[in-house]
Ligand binder design. Structure first.
Ligand code: PHE
Length: 345
């Protein structure tokens, strides 16, 4: 019996020493010292031992129980301390570590330029209206006097979602949308910035998507002189006081007459790569709103007139910053973005 007790004690002490958590300890407590535990059972069994051996065996058994109890208590403390230590380690903040610097982003140069254009026209009393990028053929072409089969559609091929639904090729459809929303109120003075799409092969001056700002002014008595004055004022404030503006006759189905607008190059015609030595740089398309477009917008062309222009944001940004490759705008090259972007969001 003595060896039984010794073996049990060794086994129990070893088990307790290896217990990995409090739950395991609780189980061992029940297993050895519980009411039906193995040590308890031995102590009870002492009743059947001859009286002469009982005191000695009793002492050994009690001793074993005390040792197991002590070991349990000790291991319990160790485990509790370990849990606490882990908790503290997990919560610890090393205030001496260097902080993680925020990488602050910048406004994209296209947004900066777009905003400058917007601000110029806001100062002139225009307001901003946005149109959908996924547009109906009806607004993108039909109501702008470009029926199906019209050759002007060729230079503005685009991505069609259905026969009727396409990615808009210019911001001009917002002309009609804005007029329809405002008619018969006057004056209409609205600009509409946004992204446009065309089926173009990518090269240094073409991307299949780019940005425009549409400008529309409709009122009684608006003339070509208003358009010209606005263009000159814009060109000077945007590209510098000395900038000159040149209007070349052109054709857009939704303006009549139409013109293409060039601004004088910084080289003054001495020849540089920006203007190819011509001294002029093409900036935008413009004209007097076509009577059919005014009608589509809900205005009487006998009563009111308007001018419209469509400005390429990439082109303006390239001119202002001397950028020679339009692809740079979309490449996410951090060196380019940091050079030309503006702080803030
Ligand atoms: N929508 C034309 C284009 O994208 C530009 C334009 C706008 C021309 C307004 C005249 C008037 O080419």
């Amino acid at each position: 019996m003595r060896t039984d007790i010794d073996r049990l004690r060794e086994e129990a002490l070893a088990a307790v020493a290896c217990a990995g958590d409090i739950e395991a300890l609780d189980q061992f407590q029940v297993l050895y010292l519980g009411r039906k535990g193995r040590v308890t059972t031995i102590l009870r069994g002492l009743a059947g031992v001859p009286a002469a051996e009982r005191p000695a065996l009793g002492a050994i058994a009690n001793q074993a129980r005390a040792e197991i109890e002590a070991a349990l208590a000790r291991r319990r403390q160790e485990l509790a301390a370990e849990v606490e230590r882990r908790r503290q380690a997990a919560e610890a903040i090393d205030v001496t570590l260097p902080g993680v610097p925020w990488r602050v982003g910048r406004r994209h140069v296209l947004n900066v330029v777009r905003k400058e254009i917007e601000e110029f026209f806001l100062h002139l009393g225009f307001s901003i209206a946005e149109g959908p990028e996924v547009e109906l053929d009806h607004y993108n072409f039909e109501l702008l006097n470009i029926p199906r089969g019209h050759p002007a559609r060729e230079s503005q091929d685009t991505f069609y979602l259905t026969d009727e639904l396409l990615l808009r090729t210019h911001t001009s459809p917002t002309q009609v949308r804005v007029m329809q929303a405002m008619a018969p109120k006057l004056p209409v003075r609205v600009i509409s910035p946004g992204r446009v799409y065309r089926r173009d092969s990518v090269d240094a001056s073409h991307l299949p998507f780019f940005h425009q700002v549409e400008v529309l002014a409709v009122d009684r008595g608006v003339t070509f002189a208003d358009l010209k004055g606005t263009l000159e004022h814009f060109a000077r404030s945007f590209f510098g006081q000395g900038t000159r503006v040149r209007l070349r006759p052109s054709y857009f189905p939704f303006t009549e007459p139409s013109g293409e607008v060039d601004v004088s190059c910084m080289c003054e015609g001495r020849g540089c790569s920006a203007c190819g030595g011509k001294g002029w740089i093409e900036l935008l398309g413009a004209g007097m709103v076509h009577p059919r477009v005014l009608e589509a917008g809900g205005y009487d062309p006998e009563e009111v007139a308007g001018y419209a222009l469509g400005l390429g944001v990439e082109r303006a940004a390239m001119l202002v910053h001397g950028i020679d490759d339009i692809r740079l705008f979309g490449q996410n090259d951090i060196r380019f973005l940091e050079q030309l972007g503006e702080e803030g969001c």
